[in-house]
Design a protein around this ligand. Structure first.
Ligand SMILES: NC(=O)C1=CN([C@@H]2O[C@H](COP(=O)(O)OP(=O)(O)OC[C@H]3O[C@@H](n4cnc5c(N)ncnc54)[C@H](O)[C@@H]3O)[C@@H](O)[C@H]2O)C=CC1
Ligand SMILES: O=C(CO)COP(=O)(O)O
Length: 333
């Protein structure tokens, strides 16, 4: 039986542990809070994050990172993007030398503007062939209800992507392989920023035309960044790009969209942070995505606007007027 470690007992770590177990793997989750770990082991549920979802018996949890790592063919990382470097620095010496590290995270590191797979390679001192990412339209709550979804597993080494694909393929979860790691990671990270923008628009009471325009132009600026960074344009038309953007921007389950809607209704950043219980990656990653865009000389007006609203206190109405009065352009340039 394939052994997997899942670091992080939040929404997505827990739902993905369930997928791996349903696909026939034996899973040990690492959680930092003893109460959550105990609930998983004794009630087979994670009441804080996915209440009502019963986990298969082959999922267990521990607070000991070494115990989670033991014999793991796949080491899945599902903590907030901004804490990964610190967390993995502690875990890396405990991991089996040949384990494949799998990032579920959809963020860009602040300060370094690194993608999560780059942070993993650097901290765990492994080659890109040992690092995979899993991304796509995967709202954890729907997956926990075993509703059908497709995803992308990406690795530079296609044979590793295929092994991971087999390890997480179930009747309700259909992973496709891809070797464009850069494009897949950018799709996941930037869609959170665009979902904030769509949420803001929704909170302001703007209509579906405005939201569709943000989604489409959001995909255009994501693709521009991707091309500047060597990604394949086709990736952005796939599950990691358009697929995730549509799911996240349309769903009331999205934390990023919900966060944006609060700002759009006039709540302050501090008030919105105070009522947000789970990770809304775009709130921090909008700044690192803009940093990446500037490093690569790419124009990302929606991302820039989100940074101004979220971190610089620009009123959404003012930001909207500025976006709409940008100089006229061809659709593709
Ligand atoms: N929830 C979802 O539907 C999906 C989430 N993702 C991505 O997965 C990643 C994880 O997100 P979620 O599981 O949803 O977040 P979450 O907020 O539900 O859970 C985060 C987990 O990380 C732990 N954590 C927080 N700070 C920590 C620290 N300093 N050290 C160690 N652990 C810490 C929390 O205790 C919790 O177990 C994010 O990058 C997110 O964008 C990707 C696809 C779907
Ligand atoms: O990544 C996701 C769906 O694919 C989850 O989005 P949120 O983090 O906005 O909830």
């Amino acid at each position: 039986m394939t052994r997997c470690a899942v670091y992080g007992t939040g929404s997505w770590g827990t739902a993905f542990a369930m997928i791996l177990a349903d696909a026939g793997c034996e899973v040990t989750m690492w959680g930092r809070r003893a109460a959550v770990v105990e609930a998983i082991n004794t009630t087979r549920t994670n009441p804080d994050y996915l209440p009502g979802t019963e986990l298969p018996p082959s999922v267990r949890a521990t607070t000991d990172p070494a115990e989670a790592a033991r014999g793991a063919a796949f080491t899945v990382l599902a903590v907030p993007s901004q804490t990964l470097r610190g967390n993995l620095t502690e875990w890396a010496p405990l991991l089996p030398a040949d384990t494949v590290l799998v990032s579920l995270m959809k963020g860009i590191e602040l300060g370094t503007a690194k993608r999560m797979s780059e942070v993993v390679e650097e901290v765990a001192k492994v080659s890109a062939d040992q690092v995979a990412v899993l991304t796509g339209p995967n709202l954890a709550k729907e997956i926990a209800a075993r509703q059908p979804a497709a995803a992308v597993v990406a690795c530079r080494d296609e044979s590793v992507a295929k092994r991971l694909q087999a390890a997480c393929h179930t009747a309700y979860f259909r992973p496709y392989t891809n070797t464009d790691v850069v494009g897949c990671e950018l799709g996941g990270a930037v869609k959170n920023v665009i979902a904030l923008a769509v949420g803001i628009a929704d909170g302001m009471g703007l209509g579906d035309n405005a939201k569709a325009s943000l989604i489409t132009r959001g995909l255009a600026e994501t693709t521009r960044l991707g091309l500047a960074m060597g990604a394949d344009a086709h990736t952005f038309a796939g599950l990691a790009g358009m697929g995730d953007l549509v799911a996240t921007c349309a769903s009331p389950l999205s934390r990023n969209r919900t966060f944006g809607a609060s700002l759009g209704r006039g709540m302050t950043l501090a008030e919105t942070v105070a009522v947000t219980k789970q990770t809304a990656e775009g709130v921090k990653s909008c700044e690192s995505v803009l940093d990446l865009a500037r490093r690569h000389g790419v124009d990302m007006p929606i991302t820039e606007t989100v940074v101004e609203i979220v971190h610089e206190g620009k009123p959404p109405l003012v930001a909207l007027k500025e976006l709409m009065s940008r100089s006229a352009k061809p659709e593709r340039h």
